[in-house]
Design a protein around this ligand. Structure first.
Ligand SMILES: *[C@@H]1O[C@H](CO)[C@@H](O)[C@H](O)[C@H]1NC(C)=O
Ligand SMILES: *[C@@H]1O[C@H](CO)[C@@H](O)[C@H](O)[C@H]1NC(C)=O
Ligand SMILES: *[C@@H]1O[C@H](CO)[C@@H](O)[C@H](O)[C@H]1NC(C)=O
Ligand SMILES: *[C@@H]1O[C@H](CO)[C@@H](O)[C@H](O)[C@H]1NC(C)=O
Length: 360
């Protein structure tokens, strides 16, 4: 199938943009409209895509498995059950901060690092509902000096930018977390919801400073594995409907020309999006096609208006058209992808699959 045909189908399906595309619009413009309806400003082209965090895979599979008809009933839309917060977008931001090399090395300080998460990809209207800092270490790299002298982990929020050429002490900073530990855990998780809510204003996002101190045998900074920030946010624009997938999910086949859902599988590979959409590789979107003849059968789920329109159409076929065969019930899917900054994103999209058609 042609790309342009695909984009028309996706646009028709994603209920966010009921655009009836007619010939003449060029492919690039169509693609950018589809991307916009998916909440992206441009087509992502990952440069160095990081591996997909295990947690996001788990959440994706859970959603893919859950979107089976029956389990969808009674679910709150735009709610992230794993964290019990509202949201329809889950991002994992890799840390972009640098190690801080102090002029006056202090022996008790094992590690001092700036942490920075670039929030520029968040939309203005998005509301951050949860942020969790995850710090993973290589196993057993930090040794504890002696019992009674635990390692000390401190996390500060930078509140004023360091001036160029000045040491780390030029940071004006606020202590967020302080934690001592005897045995190094492989990973730490901290609730940074309050701080992250401010970071949507770039001028207020000055990052964090992480310090680990106290160990006599603490090895070099390279033992530091990685830090990332998991952020849940809510884009209200795409969260309005509460439609649930019908329990008798059914896409009829057969030769009849009556209005009904037709099978359409959209393959992201065929659209040329396989480099940035991680999963699924495609999905069964379906579409509505068929006649809405007089007299309208009850199962065509028509409105009174449509019934009257068929009556008028049967009397005056030239003057009044038949009602249109359109989706009357759609259901959501979740997509796992890399955004324009190579962040991994799991996003919930309403109205992506046609479950039921009707004459309207
Ligand atoms: C359902 O979950 C399992 C893992 O629990 C996964 O292997 C499988 O691929 C999932 N199904 C879909 C459709 O993603
Ligand atoms: C954040 O990312 C945007 C877009 O990729 C970029 O223009 C901006 O310079 C970045 N900001 C910082 C402080 O790195
Ligand atoms: C994280 O912090 C926010 C704000 O302080 C709080 O409302 C929320 O309940 C906390 N979440 C968890 C899981 O502790
Ligand atoms: C018709 O569709 C509406 C949703 O638009 C739904 O609430 C209703 O149950 C449907 N009726 C039948 C008979 O399928």
């Amino acid at each position: 199938m042609e790309h342009s045909h695909y984009f028309q189908m996706i646009l028709g399906t994603a209920g966010m943009l009921w655009v009836l595309l007619v010939g003449g619009m060029d492919l690039q413009r169509q693609e950018s409209l589809v991307l916009k309806s998916l909440g992206l400003t441009a087509r992502p082209s990952p440069r160095s895509p990081p591996p997909v965090p295990h947690l996001l895979w788990k959440m994706f599979h859970k959603r893919a498995n859950l979107s089976s008809p029956a389990s969808e009933e009674g679910k709150t839309p735009c709610w992230v059950e794993e964290f019990r917060v509202p949201g329809n977008i889950i991002r994992v931001f890799p840390d972009q901060g640098q190690f801080i090399h102090s002029d006056k090395p202090r022996s008790w300080l094992c590690l001092q690092k700036r942490l920075y998460f670039n929030f520029s990809t968040l939309d203005k209207g998005e509301q951050v509902t949860m942020a969790q800092l995850q710090i993973h270490f290589h196993h057993n790299q930090y040794q504890v000096a002696s019992p009674g002298h635990p390692l000390e982990l401190s996390l500060y929020q930078a509140t004023q930018a360091a001036l160029r050429g000045m040491s780390s002490h030029a940071y004006s900073r606020k202590l967020l977390v302080e934690q001592s530990f005897i045995h190094l855990h492989k990973s730490f998780v901290f609730n940074l919801t309050e701080a992250a809510k401010m970071w949507q204003t770039p001028a207020r996002n000055l990052g964090l400073v992480l310090e680990i101190a106290g160990g006599k045998l603490c090895s070099g900074a390279d033992s530091f594995l990685d830090t990332s920030l998991l952020v849940v946010s809510l884009a209200h624009r795409q969260c309005r409907s509460t439609r649930k997938r019908r329990s008798t999910y059914y896409v009829p086949t057969g030769a009849s020309n009556i209005c009904k859902p037709r099978r359409l599988y959209i393959s992201f590979r065929d659209v040329g999006w396989e480099d940035w959409i991680i999963a699924p590789q495609g999905y069964l979107a379906n579409y509505c096609l068929g006649e809405c003849p007089f007299p309208l059968a009850e199962d065509l789920n028509s409105t009174n208006h449509a019934i009257l329109q068929t009556v008028v159409h049967s009397l005056d076929p030239e003057g009044t058209p038949q009602p249109c065969c359109v989706p009357v019930r759609l259901s959501p899917i979740s997509i796992l992808y890399y955004d324009n900054d190579d962040n991994v994103v799991l996003r919930h999209y309403e109205d992506m699959v046609v479950d039921e058609c009707g004459c309207r």
